[in-house]
Design a protein around this ligand. Sequence first.
Ligand SMILES: [Zn+2]
Length: 331
Amino acid sequence: MRIDSHTHLLPEKMPDWTEKFGYGEFIHLEHHRPGFANMMKGKQFFREIGRNCWDPELRIQEYAAFHTEVQVVSTIPVMFSYWAKPLDTLDLSAFLNDHLAEIVHRYPKNYVALGTIPMQDTDLAIRELERCQELGIKGIQIGSNINGENLSESRYFPVFEACEQMGMAILVHPWNMMGESEMKKYWLPWLVGMPAETSRAMCSMIFGGVLERLPRLRVNFAHAGGSFFATLGRIRHGFESRPDLVAVDNAVDPKHYLGKFWVDCITHDPATLEYVLKFQGSKRVTLGSDYPFPLGDLEIGAFIDQMDLTDGEKENIYCHSTLEWLGIDRI
Ligand SMILES: [Zn+2]
């Protein structure tokens, strides 16, 4: 069995929250031609999406071509809406989570869900986290920063603590990319900003002591950890050479956490994945695709079939590591 740990799904129809709340630029959908919809950010065009963004049966068919039976679905990060009034983000999150839960209920052999919660308000975030669990949702997806604040900020700690206590998994996904307004050209927010964001989140959770204080917290970092592993030597050297700057909240070497968190395999490159596997081991690398977006690995791990890995290592990546991250024995 193969499980894709990193995929995105939206409801076909969503409220126009900008109209409903009377402010801001929430995402809504305009179904402008058959099988396609424009995601609109307020009045501005954001991205065109196709039917495989919302049609669960079409997705199952498309996945069958890559021998992948199970999709771990989460919303598209632009839906996080952490910038909005907390109760409004709660309303929006609840709508998306109810939809995800319904998909899982209808297709329990094909879908596992990760919810979204209003991270800008700790109490509301935990309230929705609890409701997600009641709905059968196995974890949450959160952004790499919350309105520009790092995940090491103390106000986010109770959310992580609740996730650990409740056994809810976390996917950290890059969003609200640093430097976005300065480097719009060449898609750099996606090509440069996103990998940096993931490393930012990993360094924040390591240096802030989140992973140290919550050893049973199960966190998966998107896109194979972004630029984290490529700069790990520098990160560790910084920790050793300037502890006065780096080791102020956690005195443990970052190396200690390798193989304790998870990362997905979305590298598009066997050599890069081999490098990540050296640090993480196959039990901590999950099959991921970022389906159905063009920057994703839309052949869903096909490049791994060509790699010189043992069958056991491949099975770990394709299935076991994701089950362990989600805290479940089987689908
Ligand atoms: Zn993604």
